[in-house]
Design a protein around this ligand. Sequence first.
Ligand SMILES: CCCCCCCCCCC/C=C/C(=O)SCCNC(=O)CCNC(=O)[C@H](O)C(C)(C)COP(=O)(O)OP(=O)(O)OC[C@H]1O[C@@H](n2cnc3c(N)ncnc32)[C@H](O)[C@@H]1OP(=O)(O)O
Length: 409
Amino acid sequence: MLNGGVHKPCEKPNRNLSVGNKKPWNMVVALSPLQVIGFPSLQLHMSGIAMRASQEDFENALNQVKLLKKDPGNEVKLKLYALYKQATEGPCNMPKPGVFDFINKAKWDAWDALGNLPKETARQNYVDLVSSLSSSSESSNQVQPGTDRKQQEYENLVVTSEDGITKITLNRPTKKNAINTQMYQEIILALKAASNDDSILTVVTGNGDYYCSGNDLTNFMDIPPGGVEEKAKQSAVLLRDFVGSFIDFPKPLIAVVNGPAMGISVTILGLFDAVYASDRATFHTPFSHLGLTPEGCASYTFPKIMGPAKATEMLIFGKKLTAGEACAQGLVTEVFPDSTFQKEVWTRLKAYSKLPKNAMKISKQVIRNMEKEKLHAVNAEESSVLQERCLSDECINAAVNFLSKRAKL
Ligand SMILES: CCCCCCCCCCC/C=C/C(=O)SCCNC(=O)CCNC(=O)[C@H](O)C(C)(C)COP(=O)(O)OP(=O)(O)OC[C@H]1O[C@@H](n2cnc3c(N)ncnc32)[C@H](O)[C@@H]1OP(=O)(O)O
């Protein structure tokens, strides 16, 4: 594909399916009261409870609360805890902790004080409380193109907007931008914000030498009280939401693949509208090696993009592709020499961002909308299969193997 460093569009461009860092208060303060209280927002988000009208507001509130910049204090945190428990489990059903178990006693008291408050009311009160806490920082969410303003602050992402382009940078370079649980949530939020901002194009890229090393293998280590089955269920819900936010993204979405890409960061490329890669990038989906199966809709998009035989090599046999190979197979739009990658790609993207905004957005929707239903069905099926795979010996052994090797270093 690359001749003496001169780049050119790939020979097989048949992508016929397009298909900062200030930390949030609840994550940073070591041994903060919140941490001691065991803030349960993520678990709730993934528990599949409350699928009624206010579910979306409630989930948004759960996400919002993690992004509050100021610690609201113990009293409010206890209130949030109590409302969360009431909203998800109903009236307090735990045995009363002993008097010297101060923290659990405070939690129990707060929950018990809600008496028989209906779940729906508790949910609504939770949403209202979070809304009152976050209202002061709300106004910073809308980004004007051309101002290079930093958007919402995230723990694992840097999101900026300039020249009509919102750029979402995966920002865990010391971990090769592996996607941990919080980062999945943050990407979902960043995509939601980008779909509502004034930008014309949205770009995903990586900070450091990697684009992304895929799912953070330590994600599976943090087992909730419900045990490994509950963990697998939570993971499947999170995965489905994450991939769903790419399927539904309404504007042109571009990946600027600055280095090696692995696992889920590769599979979701089939849901992007263009993929520009440095010639240093590689594309690797070692699912079988990890006892896993494809996600990101790749079981559908990859055979469509590159044909079933090539898709099999990647998704089943774990063959790692160079950027040139990925381009020849239609997964990548164009490859650039690493030395000029950033300059050339951003010049190109800035030119594209000057094209009529609505025409581009509507074109994307025309190209994609017919596939959406199918993609959501594929996503649901892949997530459900992975829920089982996460519990297999093959998968657990592979994760333990990775983590134990790392521990020896
Ligand atoms: C609620 C639960 C949430 C679950 C979410 C549900 C989603 C389910 C999705 C399941 C499907 C799986 C999708 C995938 O993405 S499969 C691919 C997974 N990725 C890997 O297997 C890569 C593992 N990493 C490596 O092989 C190497 O680290 C790598 C080749 C990437 C780089 O090697 P190198 O030698 O150059 O560098 P190091 O190994 O020293 O890495 C530097 C540090 O980064 C850490 N690291 C890198 N990648 C990961 C990773 N994927 N997970 C966790 N940690 C990672 C590495 O450990 C080093 O850390 P330390 O410096 O602390 O040792």
